[in-house]
Each structure stands twice: as C-alpha cells, then as structure tokens.
Design a protein around this ligand. Structure first.
Ligand code: ADP
Ligand code: MG
Length: 322
C-alpha cells in the first residue's frame, strides 16, 4: 500500500545573511505498510516523525529516494495527479485546537474537502462522516463551532473531515496527545473500529510507545531521522534490542513533556540535533554500550536479526548471544 525507499528529506534554514544550516529531518528511511495494517512510528519529538508522515502524503518532497502508493510512484506527481492521490490519503493532526478553523462550524469544516475536490452529495456525506465518528444526532453538532466542543469531540470532527472523502490511507499524527487523558482510549478505539470497518491503512505517529502495542501491527522506532528498530510491537516492547528503544521503554509511563526529562535522565548526553548528526551511529554519544572505533566510524545498517525484527546497532553484529 505504502512504500518508502531510502528517502531523505532535508530542510534549509537560513542563519544570518550568509550562513545556512541543513536540517536532516529524514535521513535515509525505507519501510512499507500493507493494506489494512497500521505501522506505529515512535520516537522523541524532533526525530522526524511528522516529516516522514507528510512524505507519504507528498506534502513534502524527498531530496532522495522514492515513495509509492498502491504501486504508483508518487515521488514526482504533477499537480493534477497529486490532487487525485490526495483524495485517497488524508492526515489527522495532533492538535485539534489549531487544525480546525475557529470561524467555521462543524458542517463547514467537514464539508470543505468535498468542495475542494468537487464531490457531490455533500449533505449525505457529511452526515455519514459524523455518524462514523459517533457525533450523533448530527443536528446537535452541525452548527457548533470548535470552541463549543470538548477536546475529544474536536478530534472526532478532524477524523470526520479526514474520512469524508473516503480515503484508504490515513496518517494519524499523534491524534490523542493533545486531548484529555479520559478521551484518549475512546479516540484510539474509534480509529481502530473505523479501520476494521473501512479496511483503512494507518501510519500512527506517537511518542508514546505504550499505545503502539494496542494500536499497531508493526512498529518503527526513529532516532534522528532514521529507523533504528523495527518489528512486532508486543515483541519490541517486551524485549527492546536497540539501546535507544530500551531507553524509550524505560521512560514509560510518563507522557511528554515530563517524559522528555525522564528520557534525558535515562539516556544522558546531548539531546539529538538534526543539524549536527554524529558520525557513525547517530546514537553513539548517548549510548551506554558505546564501542570506540566501531560505533563512531561507520553508520550501522538496519539489519534483520530474527523473524521480522530489524535493528541498526553494532552490538548485534558482533554479539550472537542476545
Ligand atoms: N519546514 C521545515 N523547515 C525547517 N525545519 C523543519 C521543517 N519541518 C520540520 N523541521 C525540522 O525537522 C526536524 C524533524 O521535525 P518533525 O518531523 O516535526 O519531528 P517530530 O514530528 O518527530 O517531532 C526538526 O528538527 C524540525 O525542527
Ligand atoms: Mg510531530
């Protein structure tokens, strides 16, 4: 369904008049998601999750590598084909407060994609989408503005807007991190239910590795623009192999922003900086198992170690007793 091959997304940021920095947001990433499945993408904020999600929707373009959707190479699509593709692929943003236009009511918000894509039967489709996200009876919500809704309801409206074009691929970018804890499980459950009902394919982005266990079929752990561990969520959470994944698991259950401090305490060292990526393994300055003249020389490749599990770490190239 979705296939990304050796993709790199770099941003140029100006620093003063002559100087510019290159932000290596996504730095050589390959993965695929099968139809009807969910891949969870986890990692600290700033590691490139959103950029990678946007890449699969071609909201950003790679400077290297390719992106495929249902076998179609979308890397260099022209405007018209891009628009067609966008009907089938949607995003749910992290923050339902800033991603919903405060001057539009629920009907207008959910209707908007239909106007953009010139789709008919607007009223029926909006009603159906609201039913799908359980904002019923619809009449109770259609005339409301975002500020009149709870966080959970707002996120349901974003989901309805993403669903209204009947896409088959959805990027859910930290869909529950900004809403109150009591609505989180409900929203995740709703997404799961919609997936089963509509055979949706999901990229589920989260910094909360624990929720991946319930939500995802596969998990990819990202560090500084790269996937460092990949596998079955239950197995990865039960027995993390990459030292970075181990630290992430140790940092559960504190959610961000507290989690950030906890993670920093567990790992130590400088927080990662995509402008200045360390030589060799990019995690080596913070790694408790750092091996001199190995980890700081050449970047380890993501290699399959057993079953579906893939790890990029020299520990697993020299040791065979894990
Ligand atoms: N449009 C942009 N221009 C410049 N830098 C960007 C842009 N988008 C993201 N970045 C940078 O790329 C890195 C990865 O960002 P992002 O993909 O948002 O990470 P995450 O979603 O994991 O928090 C960050 O350092 C961020 O500041
Ligand atoms: Mg993000």
């Amino acid at each position: 369904m979705i296939r990304v091959e050796r993709a790199k997304v770099y941003f140029e940021v100006r620093k003063g008049f002559f100087k510019r920095d290159i932000v290596k947001a996504v730095d050589g990433v390959s993965f695929k998601i099968d139809k009807g499945k969910t891949l969870a993408l986890v990692g600290e904020s700033g590691c490139g999750k959103t950029t990678l999600g946007k890449l699969t929707l071609r909201l950003v373009k790679p400077i290297e590598g390719r992106v495929f959707f249902d076998g179609l190479d979308i890397t260099n699509l022209k405007e018209k084909e891009l628009k067609e593709f966008r009907r089938k692929a949607q995003i749910i943003f992290q923050d339902p407060y800033s991603s919903l236009d405060p001057t539009q009511n629920v009907y207008q918000i959910v209707e908007e994609p239909l106007l953009i894509h010139k789709v008919g039967e607007k009223k029926e489709r909006v009603y159906k989408a609201l039913e799908d996200v359980k904002l019923i009876p619809q009449e109770d919500f259609l005339g409301k503005y975002p500020h009149q809704l709870s966080g959970g309801q707002r996120q349901r409206v974003s989901i309805a807007r993403a669903l209204v074009l009947e896409p088959n691929y959805i990027v859910a970018d930290e869909p529950v991190s900004m809403i109150d804890a009591s609505s989180r499980a409900e929203i995740l459950f709703l997404l799961k239910e919609l997936q089963a009902k509509k055979n949706l394919t999901f990229l589920y982005i989260t910094h909360d590795i624990a929720t991946a266990k319930y939500f995802a079929d596969e998990i990819a752990v990202m560090y500084l623009g790269k996937i460092v561990e990949y596998g079955n969520p239950q197995e990865v959470i039960k027995e993390p192999k990459h030292p970075y994944t181990q630290a992430l698991i140790e940092a559960i259950p504190e959610p961000e922003p507290k989690n950030k401090d906890r993670l920093r305490k567990i790992i130590g060292g400088e927080p990662p900086n995509p402008i200045n990526v360390p030589k060799g393994c990019r995690f080596h300055p913070r790694c408790p198992y750092f091996m001199k003249d190995i980890c700081d020389t050449k970047e380890p490749e993501l290699k399959r170690v057993e079953g579906k599990r893939e790890i990029s770490c020299y520990l697993y190239e020299f040791r065979r007793d894990y």
